[in-house]
Each structure stands twice: as structure tokens, then as C-alpha cells.
Design a protein around this ligand. Structure first.
Ligand SMILES: *Cc1c(COP(=O)(O)O)cnc(C)c1O
Length: 233
């Protein structure tokens, strides 16, 4: 079998379903978000042709450059922002991404609340339907996300005071740590707040995330191949 985007997608989907069943979950319990950062629109199109519909980009500009044209052909594609969001890009992000996974600080939460307060999303041309809060489970200084000890207050504030459409949590474990500890921590925080979405697991560790309750895994290089250009922050 030749090694193509389609063949890799098929293999990951089959394994994802098998691992979900093994964990006592429905075969389709975990959504595969294909992370296409730094990859050309043609690679995304190949994935779309192979039936993939959920995608992740880590930069607002790159999402804006690639996806509007692809949406014309595939109106049902769903795009997640998985990288840091600066408030000066907020409007662009809200018009481009269906889900923003990286709500990570009070200032951004306040700005989102202001944007949503202007009226129903569709009347403003906003696309974003749901938000996830990024938790810095490894407490790494260089990484975005709220610290675990601040997470409860931040989540409550986002939901109760700011009325943000928070659906769940996401994390990126430290590279040298046991990912399962971080996935379990993220799940325990989400459970305290009755949040259902858990975005956790990347090319190297997604198999560990499935039994720990991931609802979304974000997989890039295992689908599209290694990145030859570094994504810009
Ligand atoms: C790049 C990226 C991924 C995908 O990483 P791979 O190791 O290529 O699967 C997942 N999540 C985030 C937040 C990323 O920036």
C-alpha cells in the first residue's frame, strides 16, 4: 500500500475506532482533528477528498489564507484554532474558525465576551460556535494556558459571568513527561465543571488519550508527514 494522506488517515481512523471500543466507548467517540499547519492547501484538499472534515490550524493568518476557498467546495468542514490568539486578531479568528481551543487568559476571555455580546454570532458574520479553555497542565513558563490551580476560578468566570460558550478543555503535555498524567488531570478538571469536550493527544501520544476520555485528538505529522518549516508562533 502506498503511503499517502488517505492511507494514513484510514489507518488512524481504524485504530482510533478500535481503541475507543477497547476503552468501552463508542467507535466514533473521538474526533480526529487533522492539523494542517505549514502544509499547503493541496494537502488539505487531499484529506478532504479522503473524507476528513475536521482541521486544526495554529495561526489565524494561515487559517484565513487556506480555508475560505476550501470551504466553498466543502461547506461542512470544521476548523479549529489550536494556537495562541492575540486580541488584535480576535475578529479575524471569530470569522474564520468554528472552534477556538485556546482561551488561555482573562484578557482574551473579556474580549471574547465583548464580541459575543454584540449580538447573535450569525448576525455579525461570526463563525465561532464553541470555545475550549487551554490548561497549562505542565505549568511550563513558555507555554500558554491557565495554570491548573487557577483553572477552576477561570472556568467558572468564563461560564457564569462572561457567559462564554465554553465546551471543554485542551492541553499540550510537556514533551518529556508522561502524557497520561496530564490527560488524567485535564479530565478531572473538566469533570468538576461538567464539561464534555477534551482535546488532548497529538501524533506521538494520541493512543494514550483515548482511554482517558479524549473527545478530540489533534494529529498533524502522522497524517501530513513531518513539517519541514517551523510553524510561526
Ligand atoms: C502542531 C500541533 C499539533 C499536532 O502536532 P503533531 O505532533 O504534528 O501531531 C497538535 N496540537 C497543537 C496545539 C499543535 O500546535
Amino acid at each position: 500500500m502506498t503511503d499517502t494522506i488517505r492511507s494514513r488517515l484510514d489507518a488512524i481512523r481504524a485504530e482510533l475506532a478500535a481503541l475507543a471500543l477497547e476503552a468501552g466507548r463508542p467507535a466514533d467517540a473521538v474526533r480526529l482533528v487533522a492539523v494542517s499547519k505549514t502544509k499547503p492547501a493541496d494537502a488539505v484538499r487531499e484529506a478532504l477528498d479522503a473524507g476528513q472534515r475536521w482541521f486544526g490550524e495554529n495561526r489565524v493568518q494561515e487559517g484565513m489564507a487556506k480555508f475560505p476557498a476550501l470551504r466553498e467546495a466543502y461547506p461542512d468542514l470544521v476548523l479549529h484554532l489550536i494556537g495562541p490568539l492575540q486580541t488584535n486578531k480576535l475578529k479575524d479568528a471569530l470569522e474564520t474558525f468554528d472552534v477556538i481551543e485556546t482561551v488561555d487568559r482573562p484578557k482574551l476571555a473579556e474580549a471574547l465576551a465583548q464580541a459575543f455580546a454584540k449580538g447573535p454570532a450569525h448576525t455579525q458574520g461570526l463563525r465561532t460556535q464553541g470555545l475550549l479553555i487551554q490548561v497549562n497542565t505542565g505549568e511550563e513558563p513558555q507555554k500558554a494556558g491557565v495554570l491548573p490551580r487557577e483553572a477552576d476560578d477561570f472556568i467558572r468566570d468564563c461560564i457564569e459571568r462572561l457567559k462564554l460558550p465554553i465546551r471543554g478543555l485542551m492541553c499540550i503535555p510537556p514533551v518529556d513527561d508522561e502524557p497520561s498524567l496530564h490527560f488524567a488531570l485535564l479530565r478531572s478538571i473538566a469533570r468538576r465543571h461538567g464539561l464534555e469536550t477534551l482535546s488532548m493527544g497529538m501524533s506521538a501520544d494520541w493512543r494514550l488519550a483515548v482511554p482517558l476520555g479524549a473527545t478530540h485528538v489533534r494529529i498533524g505529522s502522522a497524517i501530513f508527514g513531518e513539517r519541514t518549516v517551523e510553524p510561526k508562533a
